[in-house]
Write a protein that binds this ligand. Structure first.
Ligand code: TXA
Ligand code: MG
Length: 318
């Protein structure tokens, strides 16, 4: 059920069950980090492998002390600069953080989401919330309450309504090696903006080179059920799929071609933030049209364009 009743969400979470929560990035599937029953249910409902750790959501920087005994200086700078916001920090965990959350790792991923409904919810709880994106493992992430309802309708008591997600793609994840920042996942805050705040970040999580400390980054992910391709030359790609029903995911300009059944434009004015906001909703629309193929346009490889290309590369991995 989709509802904006925060008190009801508090009640469900206090009863060790799950609630889907809105954040500024994507909707999350949330449960009490200290309740094994709730956390197991998150993995079960999502069909998520247990080796893939969860992000812990908090409502104030002070709550970090509950989860870790050590905050690297650059992690503190990042938290001060970007929280609440779409940045996840991977820090050494303390002994209170259950191993099921971290998949047995000695680090824990933490973020303070920038969404008024979810911040209000977290303030009323005596525990942080573990929340992966609220989609079955590998599928397109949800940016509207209705996406979550369509995925999990019957197995979930409540989707907390928080409107459309403003950022539209998952948080950027930064870990630390001997206090030096390392990028684990491109995301809603561009690497350029992060480097403005703390200087150079080691970038090892590219498609060719996966950060060994970031489990869950390898697999095909964010993927429509329809066969999807990422291309720079859209006209050439259309030619290679003659006699097929084609849908297009384009940055800003529509294409005139009778073979095209439907086109989704991410941003009319070439604004990459707007493109990120619209990305998953456009993929959800295209995936429902019974197309033979979706062809997505490769975006400029700068700022959020990099993060969007990363998601589209994983979505189109064969
Ligand atoms: O924007 C977001 O981050 C959303 C919203 C709901 O907060 N959440 C999200 O969660 O994207 P999920 O589970 O879909 O992705 C979490 C990623 C996974 O790739 C996981 O491997 C990584 O975070 N992660 C979690 N704990 C980690 C750790 N200790 N070390 C390295 N990577 C970690
Ligand atoms: Mg996810």
């Amino acid at each position: 059920m989709i509802s904006d009743n925060i008190d009801k969400a508090v009640e469900i979470l206090n009863n060790n069950d799950l609630v889907a929560i809105p954040t500024e990035t994507v909707y999350g599937l949330a449960g009490n980090i200290y309740c094994e029953e709730a956390v197991s249910k998150i993995f079960e409902i999502k069909n998520r492998p247990f080796f893939n750790p969860l992000i812990v959501h908090i409502h104030s920087i002070k709550q970090l002390d509950e989860l870790t005994n050590y905050i690297p200086p650059k992690a503190q700078l990042l938290a001060d600069a970007f929280w609440p916001g779409a940045l996840t920090l991977v820090l050494k965990k303390n002994s209170k953080v259950p191993n099921i959350i971290t998949a047995g790792k000695d680090t824990v991923a933490i973020r303070m989401p920038n969404h008024p409904t979810t911040l209000a919810l977290l303030e009323q709880l005596n525990f942080p919330l573990a929340a992966p994106s609220a989609n079955p493992f590998g599928c397109i992430s949800p940016t509207k309450a209705i996406h979550v309802e369509e995925y999990f309708g019957n197995s979930l008591q409540m989707v907390l309504e928080g409107g459309d997600c403003k950022n539209g793609i998952e948080s950027t994840i930064i870990g630390f090696e001997s206090d030096m920042p390392v990028l684990y996942r491109l995301g809603a805050i561009s690497i350029e903006d992060i480097e403005k705040a703390i200087g150079t970040v080691k970038i090892i999580n590219t498609r060719e080179n996966i950060a060994p400390d970031a489990p869950g980054m390898l697999e095909k992910h964010y993927a429509p059920l329809t066969s999807t391709y990422l291309e720079s030359d859209i006209e050439a790609a259309i030619k290679s799929f003659s006699n097929k029903k084609i849908g297009l995911l384009l940055l800003s300009k529509k294409i005139n071609n009778p073979q095209i059944v439907h086109q989704e434009i991410l941003t009319e004015h070439g604004d990459l933030q707007e493109a990120a906001t619209n990305l998953y909703a456009a993929l959800h629309v295209l995936d429902k049209l019974n197309l033979d193929v979706i062809i997505a346009e490769r975006l400029p490889d700068i700022g959020l364009g990099k993060s969007i290309n990363d998601r589209l590369e994983r979505a189109t991995k064969k």
